[in-house]
Write a protein that binds this ligand. Structure first.
Ligand code: NOJ
Ligand code: CA
Length: 682
C-alpha cells in the first residue's frame, strides 16, 4: 500500500498513544463540546459547553456498591480513544424510514488508585442534537461482580428554567399528569424529563438501551444539581452484574426549539442494530377492540352475565373491522383469571385457558377468513412470576392461532410487581415484590420480547418499563403505554387535560411509540362524562401520537355514528417515511407533519391546550412544483372541546388545493385540533 495513504492512520495512532489528559469532543456542527476528566481529588466528571457557554457544569461520575468500596474518588485518566460515525440505517417500520447517525465519540478510561485498581471507561457520543454516554466495566479482579447500591451520575445545570415532569417512585408508575414547574423546584422524576433553560435552550434527559439494569430516575440533590437515583430492588443492590458489562446510555437532547427534541434520533442511534432480522410478519396497522366497553363498565373482563369477551361479541367486532379495513381486533378478558381481585395479585391468570363462552380457535379462524388479525392480550395483574411460568405455552398458543401482536398489562396497584426471587432462572420458590422499573422487571420485559419474537409475535406492553429505543434492536417491541392514555378519559379523575397531549409529545413520546388508544369519537367516558376534546382533535391524535399500531378505541356503534371521521381513521397510515415538527410550544400546542411510507401523501395534525389557536405553518416540505388536494377535518365555528356535546362535535370537513409555497393557519378550538390529508393531485 502507498505509504501516503497510511499517513492518516499513523498520525491517528500517534494521537491515540499520547499521554492521558483532559479530553474534549465536539459535535459535528461544532456547537456542543464535552470534556471528560478527573479533578484534584480524583473525581471523574464531565462538562458540556454549548456555543461557548457552560450548559452542564462540572458533573461527577461514579458508583457506590453494597459490598465494595465506592468508585467516586481516586480516579485518574489512563487512556483516551476517539471515533466518529456518519452513517444511515433503515427502520423496518417507524416514524421515519431512514435514520442518520452522525456523531463524534470520545472514550476515556479512568483507573482508581488503591489495592483493587478498578477501571471504568466512559464512552461519550456527541451529536448535533445532544449527547449520550455510558459506563463500560471490563471484567476485572477488583470487581468480579458489581452490586451497585447507587449510580452517582450528576447533571449539574448552569441555569434555571422550566421543566415538564412526572414524579418517580410513586405507586401509579408513569400514569401521572405532567407538572410544569421551575427546574429548581423539581424533586425526583421519571425520564424523559424535559426542560427549557432561561436562556432558551431545550433539554430532555433520558436513557437509551436499558438492558439488564435498573431504570434511571433523576433526583434534584440541591440547587440545579441532579443525580441518578436507580429504581430499587428487593435484593438490596439495585443492579447486580457479573463480569464485563455496560450501563445504559445517559442521554441529553439539546435543541434551540421544541422541534429539535421531536426530530432527534439519538435514542435509536444509541441502541444496537436489529437482532431479529426479517420481521415482516409484523405489519403496522390500526385496530379496534373489546376494550372501551369494559372501561365504560358496559361489560366486564370477569365472567358472568356482563362478560365482554364472548365468541359472539368478538365476531361482531371482527365484522366491523373487516368492513372498515382495520387490521386487528384486540380481545381482553377471554382467558381465565379475571374474576375477583385481579388488580391485587394476578395469581389466578391462566394464559391458555378460555372462559366457556369464548372459543379462541373459532374466533381466530373467523378472523382469518375475514382478513383480520386477532390481537392477543396478557394481563399479569403484576404477577410476572405467574406469567413467566406460562410464557412459552401462552405465546405458542397465540402463534398457532395466527396472532402476531400481543398487548400486555401489568396492573399492580397492590404495591409492586410479584416476581421470582432475584434471578430469572429461579424456579420461583419465593415471591418477592419488585418495582415496575427495577432491574428485575427490565429483565422480565426483555424476556417476554425475546420469547415473543421466537413465535413471530410483536408486543405492546401496558404498565411497561419506559421505552429506551430498544425497538431498534428488537423491532417486535412495537409499542407500549407508559403514560396516561385514553383509558383515563373513560374513568380518570381528572380526565386527561387539554395540555396533556401537547406535553406528551415533548416528554413520554420522545422515548418512542405509545399505544395511547385514541379515537373516542363519542367524546364521552364512563356514565356519559365529558371528555375534554373536540371531534377533530381525536383525529389529530393519529398524527400527533406515533405508534405503528393505532387503536380506534370507541365502541363500534359510536364509530359508526361518525362515518366521515371514521373514513379518516381508516385512511390515515400507521407507518411513516418522515416526521416533522412544524410548530410547537411545549404543553400548549403542536403541529406535526408525517409522510406516508407507502405513497407520496402527507398528513398534518394539530393539537392545542385549553386555548384556541391558529398557528401558521409553512408547507415548504411538500414536493416543489406539485399540487396536493388537501382534505381538512377541523373544528367548526363555535366548536369548543370544553363545551357541551354539540360544541365538541362541531366539525368542518373541506378540501383545498395546496402547494409547497402555501402556508396553513387552521383554527383550533379550546381542547381542539385538526387533521389534514395531502394527496398529490393527479
Ligand atoms: C391497563 C391497561 O392500560 C388497559 O388498557 C387494560 O385494559 C387493563 N390494564 C386491563 O388489562
Ligand atoms: Ca394503563
Amino acid at each position: 500500500m502507498n505509504v501516503f495513504r497510511l499517513m492518516p492512520v499513523l498520525i491517528a495512532a500517534m494521537f491515540l498513544a499520547a499521554p492521558a489528559q483532559a479530553a474534549t469532543v465536539t459535535s459535528p456542527d461544532g456547537r456542543t463540546a464535552v470534556t471528560l476528566d478527573a479533578d484534584g481529588e480524583g473525581v471523574a466528571f464531565y462538562e458540556v459547553v454549548r456555543d461557548g457557554k457552560p450548559l452542564i457544569v462540572k458533573s461527577a461520575l461514579g458508583f457506590t456498591f453494597t459490598d465494595a468500596d465506592p468508585m467516586r474518588r481516586g480516579f485518574k485518566v489512563v487512556g483516551t480513544t476517539t471515533d466518529k460515525a456518519d452513517t444511515r440505517w433503515e427502520q423496518p417500520w417507524g416514524e421515519r424510514r431512514f435514520i442518520a447517525d452522525r456523531h463524534n465519540e470520545l472514550a476515556v478510561t479512568f483507573r482508581q488508585d488503591g489495592a483493587a485498581r478498578r477501571t471504568v471507561t466512559v464512552r461519550m457520543r456527541v451529536f448535533d442534537d445532544g449527547i449520550g454516554f455510558r459506563y463500560e466495566f471490563p471484567q476485572q479482579a477488583g470487581l468480579p461482580t458489581a452490586r451497585i447500591a447507587e449510580e452517582l451520575t450528576e447533571f449539574n445545570l448552569s441555569q434555571d428554567g422550566e421543566a415538564w415532569s412526572i414524579p418517580a417512585g410513586d405507586w401509579n408508575r408513569y400514569e401521572y399528569i405532567y407538572s410544569r414547574t421551575p427546574i429548581s423546584s423539581l424533586s425526583t422524576v421519571h425520564t424523559p424529563v424535559t426542560m427549557r433553560t432561561a436562556g432558551g435552550t431545550y433539554l430532555s434527559f433520558h436513557e437509551a438501551a436499558l438492558v439488564d439494569y435498573s431504570s434511571m430516575w433523576i433526583k434534584r440533590v440541591d440547587g440545579l444539581r441532579f443525580r441518578t437515583l436507580l429504581a430499587p430492588s428487593s435484593r438490596g443492590a439495585k443492579v447486580v452484574r457479573s463480569g464485563a458489562f455496560d450501563t445504559p446510555w445517559r442521554t441529553v437532547l439539546i435543541a434551540d426549539a421544541p422541534k429539535g427534541l421531536f426530530e432527534s434520533n439519538i435514542e435509536l442511534n444509541l441502541n444496537e442494530p436489529n437482532k431479529l432480522g426479517d420481521v415482516s410478519w409484523f405489519k403496522p396497522m390500526k385496530y379496534i377492540g373489546v376494550w372501551w366497553e369494559m372501561h365504560l363498565e358496559n361489560s366486564s373482563w370477569a365472567s358472568g352475565p356482563k362478560h365482554g369477551a364472548t365468541t359472539a361479541n368478538t365476531k361482531a367486532y371482527i365484522d366491523f373491522a373487516a368492513q372498515h379495513h382495520f387490521g386487528g381486533v384486540l380481545v381482553e378478558g377471554w382467558n381465565k383469571g379475571w374474576d375477583g381481585n385481579w388488580f391485587g395479585n394476578g395469581r389466578d391468570f391462566s394464559f391458555t385457558q378460555a372462559y366457556p363462552d369464548f372459543d379462541l380457535a373459532a374466533v381466530s379462524a373467523y378472523a382469518r377468513r375475514k382478513g383480520v388479525q386477532l390481537i392477543g392480550h396478557h394481563e399479569t395483574g403484576g404477577n410476572t412470576a405467574n406469567y413467566e411460568a406460562q410464557l412459552e405455552p401462552a405465546m405458542a398458543l397465540y402463534e398457532k392461532m395466527g396472532v402476531h401482536v400481543v398487548k400486555g398489562g401489568n396492573v399492580a396497584d397492590a404495591g409492586g410487581i410479584i416476581s421470582c426471587n432475584a434471578d430469572i432462572a429461579d424456579p420461583c420458590g419465593k415471591e418477592v415484590l419488585e418495582w415496575h422499573d427495577g432491574q428485575r422487571q427490565v429483565q422480565h420485559h426483555m424476556h417476554v420480547v425475546e420469547v415473543a419474537a421466537k413465535h413471530h409475535i410483536a408486543v405492546n406492553p401496558h404498565e411497561p418499563v419506559k421505552d429506551t429505543g430498544l425497538r431498534r434492536t428488537y423491532p417486535n417491541w412495537v409499542s407500549r403505554e407508559g403514560a396516561r392514555g385514553a383509558e383515563y378519559d373513560a374513568w380518570g379523575v381528572p380526565k386527561n387535560p387539554p395540555s396533556h397531549v401537547p406535553t406528551l409529545i415533548f416528554t413520554r413520546l420522545l422515548s418512542g411509540p405509545m399505544d395511547y388508544t385514541p379515537g373516542v369519537l363519542s367524546l364521552e367516558g364512563r356514565g356519559g362524562t365529558p371528555i375534554p376534546s373536540t371531534l377533530a382533535r381525536q383525529l389529530a391524535y393519529y398524527i400527533a401520537i406515533y405508534s405503528p399500531i393505532q387503536m380506534a378505541a370507541d365502541l363500534p356503534a359510536n364509530l359508526a355514528k361518525y362515518p366521515r371521521e371514521l373514513a379518516f381513521i381508516e385512511q390515515v397510515p400507521a407507518d411513516w417515511a418522515e416526521s416533522l415538527m412544524l410548530d410547537a410550544s411545549i404543553g400548549e400546542y403542536a403541529v406535526i407533519a408525517r409522510k406516508d411510507r407507502k405513497s407520496a401523501a402527507w398528513y398534518i395534525g394539530g393539537v392545542t391546550d385549553d386555548k384556541p389557536r391558529a398557528p401558521s405553518v409553512a408547507l415548504d416540505f411538500l414536493d416543489k412544483g406539485r399540487s396536493y388536494t388537501a382534505t381538512i377535518w377541523r373544528d367548526g365555528d363555535g366548536a369548543d372541546g370544553l363545551g357541551d356535546q354539540s360544541a365538541k362535535h362541531r366539525i368542518v370537513i373541506e378540501t383545498r388545493k395546496l402547494t409547497s409555497r402555501d402556508t396553513l393557519a387552521i383554527p383550533m378550538a379550546a381542547a381542539g385540533g385538526y387533521a389534514v390529508a395531502l394527496v398529490p393531485a393527479k
